[in-house]
Design a protein. Structure first.
Length: 348
């Protein structure tokens, strides 16, 4: 299936995810996961590669605040070679791998086979990572051959669902929000493609882009940097908004391009102000925002709802992927095809 075909499946796959974890079987799995989060848990450690590494950004702050324990996000290759001796018996490890076979994550879980607190999140229950862990939670995204789209969004959805389960919060409001996002994906693809075309024209000369956000919405910035860098031959860098003013402003202005993700809240307000400041300097800025902002000829705005910082990366996913596909196509590239490397990385 083509990249656009897989993108088009996202809404259906997200609905399937919600429907499954509402069932008795799905609820039982979440109950089992909850019982691996104990009152004696020292810390929660997430490990993954690529989008599986930074998807947990959407729940890191929520889990740390509500469970009162440190939440650590490791790139699995770094954990494998530099952090394994730091893992304690009372740590909970959540290994994320869409394929269930990513080499670094697989080696981490293999080493931890005797550890009592290893949960995996995969798209294949027969994969090694799923079989090596104490409990496997499925993202139910279906087969995916191109750059991550539906596996990424369903990973975000499942992490949000899991976070509510382990904090004993009623999941129904979240489920309704996820279903509304699925509806929004379809309506955006049906009715708002002109906005994507405008943004693509705005960005057509870009050969390097900063992707900027804050908090949980940094997952969107990091996913965008990975996607555009992998498939559109654009040099990319994901950076938190606060860091931009600590030296990077000197590289911004005429000839510079940025994509900024600004959800609701004080962090989003700072990002909207940053977007305006960069536009005034001469940078070309595409702003994914939950709120109106001032107009500027260097600022292209795409309104996204809901604006909740945790949900915002999910709501941004499809328009972002459509923008990526359009830019890649304008460069004569087939979006979603790996220029170098492969879908499942089996070599360190």
């Amino acid at each position: 299936m083509s990249f656009l075909g897989e993108v088009a499946e996202q809404s259906r796959r997200l609905r399937n995810l919600v429907e499954f974890y509402r069932t008795e079987e799905g609820t039982e799995l979440l109950w089992k996961a909850t019982h691996l989060f104990t009152h004696h848990t020292h810390s929660i450690i997430f490990a993954g590669m690529g989008s599986s590494e930074f998807a947990p950004v959407v729940v890191r702050d929520y889990l740390a605040y509500n469970l009162g324990v440190p939440v650590v996000l490791w790139e699995a290759g770094e954990l494998l070679h530099y952090g394994m001796n730091c893992i304690r018996d009372d740590d909970l490890i959540i290994a994320i791998s869409q394929s269930g076979e990513s080499i670094e994550t697989r080696k981490v879980v293999d080493i931890l086979r005797d550890h009592l607190g290893v949960i995996s999140i995969t798209n294949d229950p027969e994969s090694k990572i799923a079989r090596y862990s104490r409990l496997d939670l499925q993202i139910l995204a279906g087969a995916e051959a191109s750059i991550s789209s539906k596996t990424y969004t369903n990973s975000l959805g499942l992490l949000l669902i899991l976070s509510r389960a382990v904090t004993a919060l009623d999941a129904e409001p979240l489920y309704r929000s996820l279903l509304e996002i699925a509806d929004g994906m379809e309506s955006f693809r049906a009715d708002r493609l002109d906005e994507i075309e405008d943004a693509a024209k705005f960005m057509h000369a870009a050969d390097a882009v900063h992707f900027i956000s804050r908090g949980p919405a940094m997952a969107a910035a990091r996913q965008a940097a990975l996607t555009f860098g992998t498939g559109a031959r654009i040099f990319t860098c994901a950076v938190p908004g606060g860091s931009v003013r600590h030296g990077l402003m000197g590289s911004m202005g005429a000839g510079h391009y940025a994509i900024i993700f600004a959800p609701d809240g004080p962090g989003g307000d700072l990002l909207r102000k940053l977007a305006v400041d960069l536009a005034v300097l001469g940078s070309k800025v595409v702003l994914f925002t939950s709120e109106e902002t001032v107009k500027d000829h260097n600022l292209c705005t795409i309104r996204i709802t809901p604006g909740d910082p945790e949900l915002f990366p999910l709501a941004c996913a499809m328009p972002l992927e459509l923008l990526f596909e359009t830019l890649a196509r304008d460069k004569g590239l087939v979006a979603g095809v790996f220029i170098r490397g492969e879908k499942v990385t089996t070599k360190e």
